[in-house]
Each structure stands twice: as C-alpha cells, then as structure tokens.
Ligand binder design. Structure first.
Ligand code: 5AD
Ligand code: SF4
Length: 481
C-alpha cells in the first residue's frame, strides 16, 4: 500500500467491520512508523517471541505479518522498539520463562523508554494473570488474550497514539479472522489452522480454559489458504488444531477430518501434508484409510497417550483405555506399516502409583514410539486435577520421569538405527547451523537428517541415503536416483 493510499484509508473513521477495521489500523501503524523514522533516522524494529506450541507459532506469523505491513523491520528482542511475547501456559515452567524474560526487558526499556512490551496468548488469558501484570510488571504496556488476537494492530495503535497501557482479555472466541497479513518463517512449508479451541477438558489441561470452545474453520477457507500457499511456493502444509479428529463439528455442511485431508491432498503443488494433534478417542477408521491411501500424507502420527493406566486415563477424562489405545495402534500399523508414531506422556499425575507408572512403561515398550515428549505433571490452577487430593511429590515423580525418558530414548535410538542404509525423501529446510557445507532436511516420518549440500537445495525434496543414526537424527548423503 502507498502512502497516498494510506491517506485515503485514514481520512475516514475506523470501519466497524472486519477485516477492513484491522487494515485501517495497519495503515495507522505505517503512519506511526514514518513518524518514528523522521524522529530517529531509522525505521522502527519489531520482534515477536513465541513460547509454546505449533498453534502459537502460527499465530506469531500473523503478528509478524502485521508488524511488517505496519512498517516495522523484524529483528531480535535486544534491539526492538516493539516486543510481543506470544505465551504459553500449558506447564508452569512455560509461564515462568515469560516472567523471567520480563526482567531482562525492563533493562532494555531503560535504554529505549519508548519501547512497547506486549504479552498475548494463553498466559495472558489465564485467570488473574492480567491483573498480576497490571500491578507488578510496569514494563508491560500491552496485554491481550486468545480471543482477540486478530486485533493486535488496533491495540498497538492505541498504545502508540495515546501512550496508553492497553489490557484487553475479554472477547468472544467465535470470530475467526481470515485475511490477516502473514509473515511465514519458511517459504516452502506452512502451518494452517483448521480449528481453534478445545472441548475435551482433560482434567490436567488449561487449554480449554484459555483457548475457549472448539470452532472449526470452513473447508472453503482452509482450501483457499492452502491453494494460495501452494501458488506461493509452499510444498508442505501442517494442518493444526488441538484435536483435529473432531474437525467439522458445528459447521453448516458436515465434513469429517478425513474428508478435509483428502481435499487438501488434492491441491496441486502440495507434496506433503502433516497434521496435529490427534486425540486417540476420535481417531476414526475413515482417517486411517485416508492416510493409507493418500501418498502425500506424511508417514507420521502424533498420538498423545498421556498415561498407560486405564484408571488414570479415566481420572484424566481421556475417554479411552490402555487396551483401546493399543488396539488403535494395531489398526494404524496394520494399515500403514511404515508409520512413525510419536506421543505425549505425563508423569506424576495425581494418584499415580508405581503400578500405574508401570502400565505407562508397558505401553511404551509395546508401541515402541519413534519419539515421545515426556512431561512432569504441572499443577495448573483452575483445572480439576489441581484440586485432586492425592498430588504426587516431585521426589516420587522425578525418578519415574528419568526411567521413562531413558526407555523412550533407548527405543527411539533402536528404531532410528534400524533405518540406516535405506533411502528416504527429505525436504531440505535450512543450511546446517553446525556443519559447513551441509544442509538439514526432514523425512516424511519427521526425523531430521544432515547431509552435504548447498543452500540452493533449500525447499526441494531430495532422496537421501541414511548412512548413520545419531540417536534422534541421521547423517546422510544425497542418493543418486
Ligand atoms: N502438566 C504436564 N503436562 C501437561 N500437558 C498438558 N497439560 C499438562 C500439565 N498440566 C502436556 C500433555 C499435552 C502436551 C501438549 O502437554 O501431554 O499433550
Ligand atoms: Fe488439553 Fe486435552 Fe484439549 Fe489436548 S485434548 S488441548 S490435552 S484438554
């Protein structure tokens, strides 16, 4: 947009309707950016820091896009005039990391008093946190929650125009904003939200409390986005949602996730499709069949177990048992023998006994995951499990965690070693940060491989001979076809 275009846009009042309203505020940001440049002799710098999951990473791309369209140069925190921290609150240490960063930002703000420090996302939405920031963290001048992420430009304009502190966490999560600017981290792969929120209320989890009720995007909107991405050079998409298997609920025209997946695979130019996260209770045979039949669907499935004990699973409100989970894995492996399975496991959930923990170890031994994320249970206030009387002490949980991690790593290393000598396709993602003359690629099963190559290969899919396993990644060589 030209300056003259901005003048025209800004001559009237802010439109009431979206997305025109946000376009108006982005134009106002450009006006701030020009004024800043006149005063400081350089364009303003902006930085978005992401804590947490893939969905936060996706939202951050939108914030970065808004900043860039608003005339900011994207940079690192140390030199930024606007810093936005997109936060996570799933586990307590994620929240603590954010508060830790605030201390460092206080120092930076002394040097650049005009700095805007913003906090958004799940932590901001958690009960009581906005008030805590308001009273104890003066360094922060912008706070907004998960229900009004799309209004970032409007809030930032208010901070800059009125030198005001903006704290806005109310809002409904029903609005799904299409057409926001977007700054993709990679030019050849992209995350695509297919739904927001979660209705599952696992008893340990804060996500449904901070992200709100589940809401699916319309398939036309998703497919339009995928087509636009493909036209822009993207070859790999990751479909994102807290529970993609229940996609489609509440839409005018009923559609299942399996149907959506098939439609996404049909988009020309897209060569790889991934998705996450899958709740085992909703993973249908229809989806397994779609995965087996569509060669573009990556041979990777993330299937959070959380615990192998049926009684703990009940207390977690997970709606499956150890036996039904194992049966599901069997059906998946029968249909897609080369699938890589990964999982999430929580250790030390309230009431977990040694026997419960052994059930988890048993599932891990039987399923033999390719990789697993293991977490110590973190007590999140506001969730039912936080009030369960039989909390497990750190002293009891830590040795179990260590045993689980050792087992998970041992199995993952064995599984990776077994594929040495084979040739697999890798999407080249970047120049290897540690080895000169090497590039790093991602296999269909999601494991990384480093091999001699040129940065010109970035974004292409090449056959790689896996020559050596290093535990959770490979070394390789481009295979001649
Ligand atoms: N404590 C520990 N781990 C948790 N997770 C979610 N909530 C908690 C909690 N309170 C884990 C689950 C989930 C992953 C994203 O984070 O394993 O699948
Ligand atoms: Fe949290 Fe359970 Fe929803 Fe996942 S499915 S986001 S663990 S409540």
């Amino acid at each position: 947009m030209t300056f003259q275009g901005d003048d025209y846009l800004l001559a009237g009042e802010a439109p009431v309707k979206e997305p025109a309203r946000q376009a108006y505020y982005i134009a106002k940001l450009r006006r701030h950016a020009r004024a800043f440049e006149e005063e400081h002799g350089r364009k303003p710098f902006g930085c978005v820091r992401t804590f947490g999951c893939q969905m936060n990473a996706r939202d951050s791309e939108k914030f970065a896009g808004i900043l860039r369209e608003g005339g900011f140069i994207l940079t690192e925190e140390a030199e930024a005039d606007v810093v936005l921290m997109n936060t996570c609150t799933v586990r307590e240490n994620a929240a603590n990391r954010v508060f830790g960063r605030l201390g460092q930002l206080t120092g930076l703000k002394k040097k650049r008093p005009w700095m805007v420090v913003g906090i958004c996302g799940c932590l901001a939405q958690e009960d009581g946190i906005a008030d805590e920031i308001r009273t104890h963290y003066r360094v922060v001048n912008l706070v907004f929650g998960t229900h009004n992420l799309y209004k970032f430009a409007e809030y930032l304009d208010k901070c800059l125009s009125e030198h005001a502190r903006v704290i806005e966490i109310e809002g409904d999560s029903k609005t799904i904003m299409e057409e926001l600017p977007n700054e993709r981290k990679y030019r050849f792969k992209a995350g695509v939200n297919i739904m927001f929120g979660c209705d599952n209320f696992c008893t340990y989890c804060i996500v449904p409390h901070v992200r709100g009720r589940e809401k699916s995007r319309r398939p036309e909107d998703i497919l339009d986005e995928v087509r636009r991405l493909a036209a822009d050079g993207v070859t790999e998409v990751m479909l994102l949602g807290q529970n993609v298997n229940s996609y489609g609920k509440g839409l005018e025209e009923p559609i299942t996730f399996a149907q959506l997946l098939r439609q996404v695979c049909e988009v020309e130019g897209i060569r790889r499709v991934r998705f996450m996260t899958s709740h085992p209770k909703d993973l249908s045979d229809e989806l397994i069949q779609a995965m087996a039949e569509c060669p573009k669907v990556c041979r990777q499935l993330h299937l959070p177990l959380q615990s192998g004990s049926s009684s703990l699973l009940k207390r977690m409100n997970r709606h499956y048992t150890k036996e039904s989970y194992l049966a599901l894995v069997e059906r998946i492996r029968a249909a897609i023998p080369d699938i890589s399975l990964s999982t999430d496991i929580i250790v030390g959930f309230p009431g977990e006994t040694e026997e419960d923990f052994e059930e988890t170890m048993d599932v891990v031994r039987r399923v033999r995951y390719d990789s697993a994320f293991t977490f110590l249970y973190s007590r999140r206030s506001g969730t039912p499990a936080a009030d369960f009387p039989d909390q497990v002490s750190k002293e009891a949980a830590q040795p179990r965690f260590d045993r689980l991690l050792a087992l998970v790593q041992e199995i993952a290393a064995e599984k990776n070693a077994a594929r040495v000598g084979t040739v697999e396709e890798a999407l080249v993602e970047e120049a290897d940060a540690e080895r000169e003359g090497y590039v790093t690629g991602r296999l269909s099963g999601n494991t990384m491989v480093h091999f001699p190559g040129d940065p010109a290969m970035i974004g292409t899919i090449v056959p790689v001979h896996l020559t050596e396993s290093k535990g959770f990644y490979y070394m390789g060589e481009v295979a001649s076809c």
